[in-house]
Every structure is written in structure tokens, then in C-alpha cells.
Write a protein that binds this ligand. Structure first.
Ligand SMILES: [Zn+2]
Length: 256
């Protein structure tokens, strides 16, 4: 079935501005689909999804992520026990997706409708191999989820940044000065480039459906490249946001 509708959901004032900007860019990029932006509660009132649900998810994760399992993980660098401070909370992406699936109205549950939620918590998934939680900017599926904090915290900053942070006392330089020196090389919360980067992740989530489950591309640069470094992310989504030949063709087919 042809994709015809993209529904973007926002849950906070901050990501409402972002989602509206993303929808404008996306609509220009994909004129053959209809893009709308909705508050998170659009379909949720009858399905009992509210802040209590989200808080319960965080408590659940806090319990699951016991003393040993999350050591050294992104989860550790954030205070999971304080669920009053939303910026520092983490949440299990697949569990969140199962809960958020309840926002999808039955009339919009077929494949011509694509649903995506902008999330303002750090979204992580558990890696069975290294037994750690890792920040995930994107969870594909129905609905897809894009975590703004995970865009900031997930892909790594340049090695030189971490090196200087580690040696800042020896170098007699402050963290802030290092942040300023490397500012162009990573995305920050109030970064104007965040709109383009978030749009790129939406496009990846859409390609998950267009390609039957394969949102990423191994070719660099391609907008579907799975960036593990912030500099890759900036190059593929802001400096040179192009699709490779193969994905351009899939995109052209989708518009027919
Ligand atoms: Zn590609």
C-alpha cells in the first residue's frame, strides 16, 4: 500500500516548534504525501496514555537497570532515579514504542499512514552483547520515535573533544572553552542544525517502511547513513543532505 500520510506527534512546547519546522521541510521533500503535526494527546485520551504512563516506564527502567547491568552505559551518566527532572531521565525505546502504539487510531493503522513521535526523554535500548544501554536517536516502527536528547547524546563527539576534556586540568582549560572550541562539530540542544538532523531521522524512519525494514545505508554520504559520530551526522544531514542513487530510485518509486 502506498504511503500517503505522515503524522508527527509532539509532546512538549519545545518539540512542537521543532516538529512544525520538520514538517515544513518534509512536505517540500515529499510533496506526494500529506504531512500533519499533532499534539501527543491527539488520539491518546481514550487510550489512557498520559504522564503517569511515562513516569511508570521510567520507574520500570530504573528497576530493570540494576546496580550492575548499566555500569558505564549512557544510562549511568544520567540520574535515572530522579524522575522529576525530565531532561535526565532515560527510557527503554522498545517498551516506549509498545505503549505509544496505543495512540494510533484504528482508522489510521494501515500502511498508508506513518506515525512518528518526537520524544523529549533520552531513549535507550539494551545491547545484549555488551550488557549496556545505548542512546538511540531513532526507533523505527509503528509509531516511530525520535528522541531529541538521544540525537545530542547518542552519536559520539570528535575524539579530540574527549581527549581535551580528559586533560583539561593539565591543559588549564575549562569544559566550557572546550565545548566552544568544538561547537561546530556536534549538535547541541539549541542548535539551529537540529531541525535538519531531526528531519533526516524522520526520512530514515519513513524509509524503514519504503524498504520493508531497512532504514540505513552503508554508502557515505547518503541521508540514510547510520551515523555513529556527530560529524558524520552533520555532514550527511546538514552539509550534504543527499540520497545515494539506490535510495533516490526507491524514493522516486514511492512518489509514483
Ligand atoms: Zn543510500
Amino acid at each position: 500500500m502506498k504511503l500517503s500520510y505522515v503524522h508527527l506527534y509532539y509532546s512538549t512546547l519545545t518539540n512542537s516548534f521543532l516538529s512544525k519546522k520538520v514538517s515544513t521541510i518534509l512536505q517540500e521533500f515529499m510533496p506526494f504525501i500529506y504531512v500533519d503535526v499533532r499534539p501527543f494527546t491527539h488520539h491518546s485520551q481514550n487510550n489512557m496514555i498520559d504522564d503517569n504512563y511515562r513516569d511508570n516506564l521510567m520507574i520500570q527502567l530504573s528497576h530493570d537497570n540494576g546496580d550492575d547491568s548499566g555500569k558505564g552505559s549512557p544510562a549511568d551518566s544520567h540520574n535515572t532515579s530522579n524522575n522529576r527532572c525530565k531532561k535526565t531521565e532515560i527510557i527503554d525505546g522498545f517498551y516506549l514504542q509498545r505503549i505509544y502504539s496505543r495512540i494510533i487510531d484504528d482508522n489510521e493503522s494501515h500502511l498508508s499512514h506513518f506515525h512518528l513521535v518526537f520524544e523529549d526523554n533520552l531513549v535507550c535500548t539494551y545491547d545484549e552483547i555488551d550488557k549496556r544501554y545505548h542512546a538511540r536517536p531513532i526507533i523505527c516502527g509503528s509509531p516511530s520515535i525520535i528522541s531529541i536528547p538521544s540525537i545530542i547524546e547518542g552519536p559520539a563527539k570528535p575524539k579530540g573533544y574527549y581527549f581535551k576534556q580528559m586533560l583539561k586540568d593539565i591543559l588549564s582549560i575549562s569544559s566550557k572553552e572546550i565545548e566552544n572550541e568544538f561547537a561546530s562539530t556536534f549538535i547541541s540542544y539549541d542548535d539551529p542544525r537540529l531541525t535538519q538532523v531531526a528531519t533526516g531521522y524522520v526520512i530514515q524512519a519513513i524509509f524503514f517502511f519504503l524498504t520493508n525494514g531497512n532504514p540505513f545505508c552503508s554508502q557515505y554520504p547518503c541521508r540514510l547513513f547510520n551515523s555513529h559520530w556527530q560529524e558524520e551526522l552533520i555532514y550527511t544531514q546538514v552539509i550534504n543532505p543527499v540520497l545515494c542513487e539506490e535510495h533516490l530510485q526507491i524514493f522516486a518509486e514511492a512518489g509514483k
